[in-house]
Design a protein around this ligand. Structure first.
Ligand code: BGC
Ligand code: BGC
Length: 633
């Protein structure tokens, strides 16, 4: 009507001009944007988008910030390409699926409102299930999964984890850790499947579980099969598990042959399976920080192995190139980006990072070709996973979080991850499987009724949380109560005294002891002892009544002084929320089948000691594990 009016007006030329403008605006709105067209080949989309991007927009893509400092405005203002939740970083305590989805979408809308509308990718540590999230299924930590030597199981765990992560609106998991832990004094040993690289390689099957199976013909390209899968991250490249004395983030002193035959092989497998991203290790190789190691990151990983996804730094990883950290940030940015890192997990001080990197590029200290390589890789992953088509999450997967099916899967994994180290004194009178029917039994130990200890670090909080008020799950004590005959009386005392045990009339006792929860930086241990009153409980209880000791720990611990007293000994590692799996096997509903994926040392002065070493003299050798048959109770 307005136009018609104009046409009759005294100034027809102005009317015509407006008409043309309107037409042009409509055209601009409908302008064909090749990069937004999913029918275009990946390469063409990347190329089209790249040519439209300013330096500022490119550098924004190379930036990952913590959710605490992220907002729609920040995303928009700085063209931020990625956001993460650090350990324990959640939208609210005990946040619901809805809270998560709202938060992620809110941040995403900021990214989408930019000129080019490039979606951000949100990442989180989902390293044994979706572990930051209240009521998620918590699977055994990798150390237990290595025991199963069951890649198909691990693949199913990957698929379940992907669904739970996607349920909260998140498309990217910083997993798997494919470290080959060579020294259990390392506080991240439990994140490693094994001291044997072959087991770690086998367990990279979790990658097609998380991302989906790479289609047969497409070789070694980053691949994520859509909305029910997540981008994975093989970490920490490379040699993280080989540091001297297991000191976290320190130096791996190693000859090239061992580096390539022990720590590198699982990267070949990961890339072959289409892993979307690789995270660089804080540690050094022969004194050179991995975050500044161009030979290995660019020369080897990108050029030689033809990894085509993106390389991400660790949290403040470039800051830690210098000692003390952040001592020369310009150098850190320079060294990290030139080494070949594509996305920097800043994570908080993004303004400083952005201005530093921009400056370095403008001065030609960092060549534009390096920036283009980084951005292409990031966009390749984003396009490949369908993020442009599906940037926003909905609640359609909400019921996947902590679903019964996933809990059953975790319980199966727990059963298969247990290692039976001893059953009966001098090989006689096996105590396991335990009878379900007994007048009265004793359950003791610091770890019998502690869900947080059972889950370990990287659970709800970065360092884990002790106690039973962290999330939903079944403690071993509850599992025992669920399993015994209704007529069996179960008495629980964490640290009973000798008189009580002797006069209690117990048929047998289950003593559950181990390590407290810990994670990186705080988990290194030079003595590897059982925590708190655990040792005392073993002595007291096993001195008075037939006992099975269940060790809940992130690695082998000093156990030799107690072994003679113990009737049956089980390594349960860090089983996660489904403690029922422990009872399933203790009481013979299922048999023991696990085989050590780590060497169980006698004393810490033997360390490091790995299978194949000349001085190999273990208490329980790599590969050891007694078996039992399921029994009809
Ligand atoms: C850890 C990584 C983790 C990252 C993000 C770092 O401190 O080394 O494994 O993915 O934090 O939480
Ligand atoms: C974060 C972790 C991170 C760690 C590294 C913590 O504050 O929550 O995700 O790995 O710092 O220092």
């Amino acid at each position: 009507m307005g136009v018609a009016k104009m046409g009759r007006s005294a100034r027809p030329l102005v009317g015509f001009g407006l008409l043309v403008l309107c037409f042009m605006a409509a055209m601009a709105e409908d302008e064909y944007l090749k990069y937004k067209d999913p029918k275009q080949p990946l390469g063409a989309r990347i190329k089209d988008l790249m040519k439209r991007m300013s330096l500022e927009e490119k550098i924004g893509q190379m930036t990952q910030i913590e959710r605490k400092v992220a907002s729609a405005d920040v995303m928009k203002q700085y063209f931020i390409g990625s956001v993460l939740s650090g350990g324990g970083s959640v939208p609210a305590p005990k946040a619901s699926v809805q809270d998560w989805v709202n938060m992620v979408n809110e941040i995403q809308k900021g990214a989408l409102s930019t000129r080019l509308g490039i979606p951000m990718i949100y990442g989180i540590d989902a390293v044994h299930g979706h572990n930051n999230v209240y009521k998620a299924t918590i699977f055994p930590h990798n150390i237990g999964l290595g025991v199963t030597r069951d890649p198909e199981l691990v693949k199913r765990i990957g698929a379940a984890t992907a669904l739970e992560v996607r349920a909260t609106g998140i498309p990217y998991a910083f997993a798997p850790c494919i470290a080959v832990c060579r020294d259990p004094r390392w506080g991240r040993c439990y994140e490693s499947y094994s001291e044997d690289h072959k087991i770690v390689q086998m367990m990279t099957e979790i990658i097609p579980g998380l991302q989906g199976d790479l289609p047969p013909k497409s070789r070694s390209v980053p691949f994520v099969a859509g909305k029910t899968k997540v981008a994975a991250c093989a970490k920490h490249f490379v040699g993280d598990g080989g540091t001297v004395k297991g000191v976290d983030e320190s130096n791996t002193v190693i000859n090239i042959k061992d580096l390539f035959s022990i720590h590198m092989p699982a990267y070949y497998d990961s890339i072959k399976k289409g892993v979307a991203t690789v995270m660089v290790s804080y540690s050094s190789v022969n004194g050179e920080k991995m975050h500044a190691n161009g030979n290995l990151v660019t020369g080897f990983l990108k050029n030689k192995l033809k990894f085509r996804g993106f390389v991400i730094s660790d949290w403040q990883g470039i800051d830690r190139i210098t000692n003390p950290p952040h001592a020369n940030y310009t150098y850190s940015v320079y060294a990290g980006i030139l080494a070949g890192i594509d996305m920097i997990m800043v994570p908080e001080n993004y303004a400083e990072y952005l201005s530093t990197l921009t400056e370095l590029v403008k001065k030609n200290v960092i060549p534009m070709s390096r920036i283009n390589d980084a951005v292409k890789r990031i966009l390749r992953v984003k396009f490949a996973m369908g993020l442009f088509e599906n940037p926003l999450a909905d609640l359609s997967l909400a019921n996947q979080l902590g679903s019964q099916e996933h809990r059953e899967l975790a319980r199966e994994a727990v059963r298969k991850s247990l290692v039976l180290l001893k059953n009966g004194k001098n090989g006689h009178y096996p105590l396991l499987p335990l009878p379900k029917k007994a007048p009265k039994i004793l359950v003791a130990g610091t770890h019998a009724d502690n869900l947080g200890f059972q889950c370990g670090g990287w659970t709800i909080e970065w360092q884990g949380v002790p106690g039973n008020d962290l999330t939903a799950g079944t403690t071993i004590l509850t599992a025992v109560k669920n399993t015994v005959d209704p007529s069996t009386q179960v008495v629980f005392q964490e640290n009973p005294d000798a008189g009580f045990v002797k006069s209690g009339g117990f048929s047998y006792a289950i003593v559950v002891v181990g390590e407290v929860a810990y994670a990186e930086m705080f988990g290194d241990s030079a003595n590897l002892t059982i925590a708190g009153t655990g040792g005392a409980a073993i002595n007291t209880v096993c001195g008075a009544v037939k006992c099975v000791v269940v060790v809940v720990s992130g690695r082998p611990v000093v156990i030799e002084p107690y072994v003679a007293k113990i009737d049956a000994l089980v390594a349960a590692w860090l089983p996660g929320t489904e403690g029922q799996g422990v009872a399933d096997v203790l009481f013979g509903d299922y048999g023991f089948s696990g085989k050590l994926a780590r060497t169980w040392f006698k004393s810490v002065d033997q360390l490091p000691m790995n299978v194949g070493d000349r001085h190999y003299d273990p208490l329980f050798a790599f590969g050891f594990g007694l078996t039992t048959k399921p029994k009809v109770n």
